[in-house]
Design a protein around this ligand. Structure first.
Ligand SMILES: NC(=O)c1ccc[n+]([C@@H]2O[C@H](COP(=O)([O-])OP(=O)(O)OC[C@H]3O[C@@H](n4cnc5c(N)ncnc54)[C@H](OP(=O)(O)O)[C@@H]3O)[C@@H](O)[C@H]2O)c1
Ligand SMILES: [Zn+2]
Length: 383
């Protein structure tokens, strides 16, 4: 069953709490710089999901705050804000909550007829309400979101939602911010509640990256990675690949090499570097090589994606290390490309196969093949 890539996002105290106990003043677990990072992650997603409990407790707006990020989304053919969704069993949703009056299209998943009727009566036209059956709520929700075109879903809690996603092995990635505070209260909401988790305490999540953000720390984990989840292109992937293809048009012309654009994007959706063929006037420089040279040793590369208008080369005449090898050695695990290298200059370069052989996910987006080929039309490749 098709589902979006699911990213769980939260900030917790040193003792794993999401907040102070209900009814007490809210606790600030983040900081300005991290709010901005969360904004960029939101902007990279097609939809954001929150539990009804968090809507009631925090009354969040849930939107992309940065005008530049909204403009970038619109430029990529996306709505300015991602869609938003919540889930309810009670149907008890206050139409005054800010959630309904900001940001993108709103969806409510109500469990059972009574909850649906109550939500429709409360919200009127503020949101689209879908009824889901009591059994297997989350697969229904995820399948429905996928049907709406959602390929990358950010889940922003609260604890009861995160707990279900982790237990039911529906999360692909966890982005956890640790704040330097201790709540110290047994009745405070926890990120993950008690109970059985698949694999039990022996199951270790794979640490994909760490980053200091002022006085908080971001930890990124791959959770229960579904095979194939990383090989779907999201709306954000399409936007970055489109930009890489546009970058290829800036290459100095050549009759002996392809014109390619490459962009390295961190797990938080921010650009780390970009490069293009023959950058700096060196006729032998490849786009991926130029981009990677700017971020050598960056610890964020393990969670980064390389967008390249042409598949990275698997063999090359001009350099001992083909780009597929440079990408693997940089620790990058995911590549998105528009078209395959034809046999024009180096027969059987097979970069995609070489990357996959090293365990790197390669996503091909044929919708961009034309855009990637265009700056190379004079070489008449791809026939
Ligand atoms: N620090 C952070 O990053 C962060 C992020 C988010 C939230 N929080 C905190 O977390 C707390 C809220 O967490 P929470 O666990 O109480 O609430 P929650 O997880 O946001 O929402 C729980 C509610 O969602 C609905 N729900 C959950 N699972 C469902 C299912 N399988 N089917 C149908 N409906 C379902 C129910 O709504 P109904 O009651 O309507 O049936 C349930 O009461 C707040 O204190 C908030 O500040 C912190
Ligand atoms: Zn190359």
């Amino acid at each position: 069953m098709p589902r979006p890539y699911v990213l769980l996002s939260a900030a917790v105290s040193l003792d794993g709490c999401l907040d102070t106990p209900p009814g007490e003043p809210r606790l600030l677990l983040s900081n300005e710089e991290d709010f901005d990072r969360v904004d960029s992650v939101r902007a990279s997603c097609d939809a954001i999901l929150l539990g009804a409990g968090t809507l009631r407790a925090d009354d969040p707006r849930v939107r992309v705050g940065s005008a530049a990020r909204r403009a970038a989304r619109v430029g990529a053919g996306l709505p300015p804000h991602p869609a938003k969704a919540t889930v309810t069993r009670s149907g008890d949703l206050d139409p005054e909550l800010r959630f309904w009056h900001h940001g993108g299209a709103k969806f409510v998943y109500a469990v059972g007829r009574a909850a649906r009727d109550r939500a429709v009566a409360a919200l009127g036209g503020l949101a689209t309400v879908h009824q889901v059956a009591e059994e297997d709520v989350w697969p229904q929700v995820l399948e429905h979101l996928h049907g709406l075109g959602v390929r990358r879903l950010m889940v922003e809690g609260g604890g009861r939602i995160h707990t279900q996603f982790l237990r039911q092995e529906l999360a692909d990635e966890l982005q956890l911010v640790i704040a330097p505070v201790v709540v110290g209260r047994p009745d405070a909401p926890r990120m993950f509640g008690p109970g059985n988790y698949p694999g039990g305490p022996e199951h270790r999540l794979a640490l994909a990256g760490t980053r200091r953000i002022g006085d908080v720390t971001l930890l990124r984990y791959a959770t229960h990675r579904r095979p194939g989840a990383e090989v779907q292109a999201t709306a954000a992937d399409a936007a970055w690949l489109g930009e890489a293809c546009a970058l290829a048009a800036a290459c100095p012309p050549s009759t002996t090499a392809f014109s390619v654009g490459a962009i390295v994007v961190g797990a938080d959706g921010r650009e780390l570097a970009r490069g293009h063929s023959r950058e700096g006037g060196d006729a032998r420089v490849h786009a991926e090589q130029a981009a990677l040279a700017k971020v050598r040793g960056n610890p964020g590369l393990a969670g980064a994606t390389v967008y390249s208008s042409l598949e990275p080369c698997g063999r090359r005449a001009s350099h001992p290390h083909p780009c597929a090898e440079l990408i693997a050695e940089a620790g990058i695990r995911r590549v998105v490309t528009a078209w395959r290298e034809p046999d024009t200059f180096v027969p059987g370069a097979n970069g995609t196969e070489r990357l996959r052989a090293r365990g790197i996910a390669v996503v091909e987006v044929p919708e961009y093949a034309e855009a990637g080929r265009a700056p190379n039309a004079h070489l008449s490749p791809g026939k």
